[in-house]
Design a protein around this ligand. Sequence first.
Ligand code: ADP
Ligand code: ZN
Length: 528
Amino acid sequence: MDVEDASEVSEAVQVLRRVFGYEAFRGSQQEIIEHVIGGGDAVVLMPTGGGKSLCYQIPSLVRGGVGVVISPLIALMQDQVDALRALGVRAGFLNSTQDLEERRLVEAEFLAGELDLLYLAPERLRVEQTLNLLDRGKISLFAIDEAHCVAQWGHDFRPDYLALSMLHERWPDVPRIALTATATDATHTEITSRLQMAKARHFVASFDRPNIQYRIAAKSEPKKQLLELLRSEHAGDAGIVYCLSRASVEKTAQFLVDNGIAAVPYHAGLDARTRAAHQSRFLREDGLVVVATIAFGMGIDKPDVRFVAHLDLPKSVEGYYQETGRAGRDGQPSTAWLAYGLQDVVQQRKMIDGSEGDEAHRRRLSAHLDSMLALCETVECRRVRLLAYFGQESAACGNCDTCLAPPQTWDGTVSAQKLLSTVVRLKRERGQKFGAGQIIDILLGKKTAKVIQFDHDQLSVFGVGDDLKEAEWRGVVRQLLAQGLLAVEGDYGTLVLTETSGEVLGGKREVPMRREPEKQARAARSKA
Ligand code: ADP
Ligand code: ZN
């Protein structure tokens, strides 16, 4: 191999080696960096761990002036700045956690041209003072990190981000680079238009994370299922377990500790010091499990997270992808495991129905949930479905649960008809609303107190479904929900028909269904 003469390698490569100590660029980093150094705008879609930071850090160092980085991750700014300073990069930040004096100091450095990079929380840009400050310094570029936050269609919309279109109006000559690790086509389009980046070059890396094994299981006893996963496959490994509520975070962490697994909770209800302590233990110790709400993980750079487990259904495929993406940044085999059940769907519908915001907002949340359900109930390769969601084609991966143990399909048309006609029968009973439990009891011919109370044992459909087990009926309900042939509403998870249910009832539509792998069905039955 030829020894390169320093004068022959580009300035970007020199900075990569001299400042960051890396030998070569990865993927399209160099192309992106050269484009921004040349003054062009860029929209960068790259999965977690792909190396987005260098894409704005190096141009900031090569172009004269200060690179201004807009980031919502206030909690991480101190760490990011410390890490850069350790490399000799002159970095600072401005956010709401600082007192006046700290802020003044950073502002003075900025004005004196003593900074290479300035991290800003988006809400700072609503303060006229900040804008005036930026006017008085020399800005080399604007980097908009976590750019999906500008998209209302996305899963993590932040109103403060809408103001970022102003950057272009106020500083038209300063190049901008917007970066995100999650964007569907719709979100990508929205980022482009909201940030007025129609003329930007777009760099879309593959979203595939080949070392992550995606698995989605039917939920029966989630904590026990989790424990079995950890004991059989991830003993001593570091990992993240996501739960929807603070209460279940606490309970699950305690359960793991009681069973001899080093685990700590993390959620917004804990005081700041405890959170910071748990986060830094996770980063430093080997084999710690953090049980968290989604408040945990964004921007955390821990390479050897071996598993991400979800005990509750994520609200969107984008969220699921982002959270599971925290596993295996080092490229080593890692597991993304999700347990989900009917109750998740009921609970999330309830949250959507009760959510603040307009009808359009609720429709968006519904669409997100529907896509997530479709991923859960697919008989196809999980990875194929996941990448298709981000507009990328791929072949079956051979490594996800459905590839490794292809679910059998069966013709569920008749079962669907039985279930839907039970829903129709119950609808006629004015004022009474029934969830999946009652409907399944009727189909199975169970004379429970509630069945007797409402004379449901007198219905013609009573007992017509005894060819399936309870867990199988729950699977039927989930799949009808996932296929949009049934819906759930209200606080009690009332099952209702949809516009397309009639096609099934009228015999105009077949309903292929996924058969639960035997092991899961057995686990679900033993609980029932
Ligand atoms: P992202 O923001 O896309 O999730 P980061 O910018 O945090 O990713 O980079 C992920 C990890 O990869 C970091 O530890 C970073 O230092 C490292 N990295 C990035 N680019 C390179 C490169 N060209 N060579 C070696 N390591 C790199
Ligand atoms: Zn697969």
